[in-house]
Design a binder for this molecule. Sequence first.
Ligand code: RM4
Ligand code: MN
Length: 397
Amino acid sequence: MQEVASVKAALKAQQIELPSWAFANTGTRFKVFAQPGVPRTPLEKIDDAAQVQRFTGVAPSVALHIPWDKVSDYGGLAKYAADAGLSIGTINANVFQDDDYRLGSVANPDPRVRGKAIGALLECVDVMDATGSRDLKLWFADGTNYPGQDDIRGRQDRLAEALAQVYERLGPDQRMLLEYKFFEPAFYTTDVPDWGTALTQCLATGDRALVVVDTGHHAPGVNIEFIVAMLLRAGRLGGFDFNSRFYADDDLMVGAADPFQLFRILREVVRAGALVPRDAGGTGESTPGGDIAFMLDQCHNIEPKIPGQIRSVMNVQEATAKALLVDPDALAAAQQAGDVLGANAVLMDAYNTDVRPLLAEVRQEVGLDPDPYRAYLASGNQERIIADRVGGTPASW
Ligand code: RM4
Ligand code: MN
C-alpha cells in the first residue's frame, strides 16, 4: 500500500489552474443563458477565481484569454490577482473571433492575415511579461472545410513559420503550449488535429514548445492515457485542459462523464512522477520536458459557475487521490509475473476506493472546510455577487 502521508503531501501540493472564461456567460451556438452575478470585468473574474481558491486551496492561478480579458494595465491586473492570493497563469491566445480569420489565422493563405495573427500572439507574450505568466497556450481554429480548398502541406509550413517567430520572442523561462483538436470549427482538415501533428511542430520549434492535451479534443474511443504516456515519455507534455465530453468538445465538468478515464490519465502522470511542480514538495518530481500545467477548460452553460469550478477541482482531486493510491510495487510484481487479472485488480482496487474521507482530512489539515462545495454555498458569496453585480455588461463570448 502507498504511504498515507506521502499521498496526502502530494494532494496538498497539487495545483489546478482555473480558466477566467469559466466564470463568464457561455452557451452553445443555439443560446447563451445569462446568469445573475456574472463578472463584468477581468477583475471580477479574478474575484470569482479567488473564491474557488479560498474553498479548495489547490487552485492558486487563473488563466487569461486575450482579448476576452483585455485590460489597459496588465501589471495592475497581476497585482490585483496577487492581493487576492492568486497568480496569473497561462495566457490563451484568441485568433479565431475576427472576420479576417475566415480562412484561418497563422495558416491563412493571405500573408496580411498571418501577420495580424502573429501580431496578436506576440501581444500575448507582452501580456506574459507584464503579468509574470509562464505559458503561452495556442489553440488554432485553422483548417479547411472542403477538399482542395487549400494546400495541406503549405498550411503546415505557414504554421511552422509562425510558431518559430513567436517562440523566438519568448523569454528563457517562458514556454509555448500547443493544443490540438480533431475538428471544429473546420470540418474537413484541421491544421493541428492530433498529438502527432502538435508534437511534430513542437519538436521543430524548440525545447520549450510542448503539447497540451485537452481531454475533450479527441474522437470517441481514443485512449487518451496512452497519448499522455507517450508525451510524458518524450518530455513534451506541457499541460492539460481538463473537461469532459459525452459527444465532441462538450466542455462539461471534468470527471462528470468519465471519472475512470480521468483516473487512468492521472495514473500515467503519477507514474511519470510529474504530478506536482518542481520545488512544490510532495512525492512528484518534474519530467525532463518541464512542469505540467493542470488547467480546467470548461464552460458552465446551465449550472452556476463558481460552484461548478469548485466541483471540478474536487473531481480532479478525487481522481488524483485514487491514482496516488495505486500500489506501484504490487502492480510491477503482477505485471512482471504476467498476472493479468492481478495487475488489473491493483488498479481497480485503487479506483474503487472511496477517497472522499481522505480528502476531507487533507483539507482539514490545512485549515479548510472538508466540503468546499457546501462551504461555498453557505458562505453567502453567491447572494452577494448577485446583489452587487447589477448593471454593466456581463462577460460573455
Ligand atoms: C478551444 C480550446 C481552447 C480554449 C477555447 C475557448 O476549443 O479548447 O483551449 O481556450 O476553446
Ligand atoms: Mn482547451
